[in-house]
Design a binder for this molecule. Sequence first.
Ligand SMILES: CC(C)(COP(=O)(O)OP(=O)(O)OC[C@H]1O[C@@H](n2cnc3c(N)ncnc32)[C@H](O)[C@@H]1OP(=O)(O)O)[C@@H](O)C(=O)NCCC(=O)NCCS
Length: 170
Amino acid sequence: MTSTAPGLRIEPLSDQHDRESFASGVEPLDRYLRQQAGQDVRRRVASCFVLVGDGDRVPIGYYTLAATSIALAEFPEPLAKRLPRYPVVPATLMGRLAVGARHRQQGHGEFMLFDAFSRVLRNDIASYAFVVDAKDDNAAQFYQRYRFRFLVEGSRRLFIPVAEIAKLFS
Ligand SMILES: CC(C)(COP(=O)(O)OP(=O)(O)OC[C@H]1O[C@@H](n2cnc3c(N)ncnc32)[C@H](O)[C@@H]1OP(=O)(O)O)[C@@H](O)C(=O)NCCC(=O)NCCS
């Protein structure tokens, strides 16, 4: 894999970014950035981060993060047994991750995923699991490379315990 080039950076979505020209080839993900992401950020229901090159206004990619909670019963039994008997467990949801169609397979998806991991690790607010909603089997396979597993068999939701992410970074 080619690693993400120097000069690229990840920053919060702002009016400086040209959302209209972002094209991942996945219409719902492009439409979300164009029409919804700004509002979600303003209403504090999601954070949105974009990967951009020096002097570029068109994002190479973006992802969103939000706090969520997962019912204890949804976790696999061996993990659930080691958790306190609270009905829900705090988690972080990466609701969307997209790389522009022209920029795929250059390490940008991994770079943004690791950036999201590092934000969760730096956060003072506890989160037990990092959760993603894979839009299809292909996306699920991408996440499985990074030790994500399905929360409930048959669903599209995958997770990795934040303690495991911490080990990856140690
Ligand atoms: C999934 C996606 C984010 C991956 O981004 P990317 O920048 O192309 O991926 P990277 O270049 O960082 O790939 C990192 C590694 O994962 C592999 N990979 C990339 N996409 C993959 C996929 N769909 N399935 C399995 N492995 C994949 C790469 O080959 C690379 O492996 P390597 O290190 O052995 O070379 C991108 O394809 C995308 O935006 N897809 C459409 C939207 C989508 O599915 N989003 C996911 C959540 S809904």
